[in-house]
Design a protein around this ligand. Structure first.
Ligand SMILES: NC(=O)c1ccc[n+]([C@@H]2O[C@H](COP(=O)([O-])OP(=O)(O)OC[C@H]3O[C@@H](n4cnc5c(N)ncnc54)[C@H](OP(=O)(O)O)[C@@H]3O)[C@@H](O)[C@H]2O)c1
Length: 269
């Protein structure tokens, strides 16, 4: 398990632990997790030997420094399959931007690794709403970019549920799972749901592209900022499509944004 302290990896760890599966989490520092841990850094392959020892399947996050070397190390340690958390950015209409490039680079390395693979290509995560936390602590107005873009965002819980099936069941090899939630919402609509759940009177204010650029400057790397504008302002990435993959693979319908917000309400208090 990589990314075990993160939004998606955390859900994968919980699901595997609940299913009684033996799991080892690769963490950069000891963490509060219900499973065995190995300390290592995916950008520092020499730290990883113990992490992969005796492991048959890896849930892998994308974008580390030497994905090809990392995968060769896994194969050498006896790993058989990889479930890669990728993104629909790999198939955006303009794949030359920095985010598409690192996702494509990661998928290519996995495809060429000789390991059995499954790619998860989710829409944007519902958990991205946690980025509103500082504004929600400061007041009742949330300002955000790309206010007119509808996204069928997906709950990390559902991404994890699909990942677990792909790790444990046969039949997911060389398959790409495109993942969405059940509804497409604009940011103001997501905020309205959150307001309902938190019993707060919250208002959304859409930033103009110029304001959004100024807002991101300094804390979002330039190449990622250009990628976001390419996706959401130029419209090269369509995350409004709804897929039936979660239900097909797990047997359960994907969670709504209201369900995500209920489950994470305490994070906003
Ligand atoms: N957000 C979206 O809408 C979206 C959409 C499609 C795809 N994705 C992809 O999904 C990935 C996971 O998202 P998330 O929200 O679950 O991420 P997250 O909550 O930010 O967690 C990132 C995880 O990666 C670990 N990590 C970071 N650098 C590492 C390194 N060098 N070595 C080992 N572990 C490292 C972190 O561990 P520490 O505790 O050590 O920091 C943490 O567990 C993202 O990286 C992104 O590429 C995101």
């Amino acid at each position: 398990m990589t990314g075990a302290t993160g939004n998606v990896g955390g859900e994968v760890v919980r699901a595997l632990a609940d299913a009684g599966q033996p799991v080892r989490a690769l963490v950069r520092a000891p963490a509060d997790l219900p499973v065995e841990q190995a300390i290592g850094d995916l950008n520092e392959p020499d730290t990883l030997d113990r992490a992969f020892d005796g492991i048959s399947g890896v849930f892998l996050l994308p974008g580390y420094r030497d994905m090809t070397g990392l995968l060769a190390r896994m194969r050498g340690a006896g790993v058989e399959r990889v479930v890669l958390l990728s993104s629909l950015a790999t198939v955006a209409t303009d794949t030359r931007n920095a985010i598409s490039e690192f996702m494509i680079r990661s998928e290519t390395a996995v495809r060429e690794s000789g390991l059995a693979w499954t790619f998860l290509r989710p829409n944007a995560f519902m958990s991205n709403a946690l980025r509103w936390l500082p504004q929600l602590r400061a007041g009742d107005v949330v300002r955000d970019a790309f206010g007119d873009v509808p996204i069928a965002s997906v709950d990390p819980f559902d991404i994890a549920a699909v990942a677990v099936r792909a790790l444990l069941d046969p039949g997911h090899e060389e398959r790409v799972h495109e993942l969405s939630g059940p509804e497409r919402l604009r940011p103001a609509e997501r905020l309205a749901v959150l307001a309902d759940v938190l019993h707060r009177d919250l208002r959304f204010r859409a930033l103009t592209d110029e304001e959004a650029r100024a807002d991101m400057t300094g804390h979002v790397p330039d190449e990622y900022m250009r990628a976001f504008f390419s996706f959401y302002s130029d419209g090269t990435l369509d995350e409004s499509r709804i897929y039936d993959t979660v239900e097909k693979v797990t047997g359960n319908p994907p969670r709504t944004f209201a369900q995500w917000a209920q489950a994470h309400a305490d994070d906003f208090r």
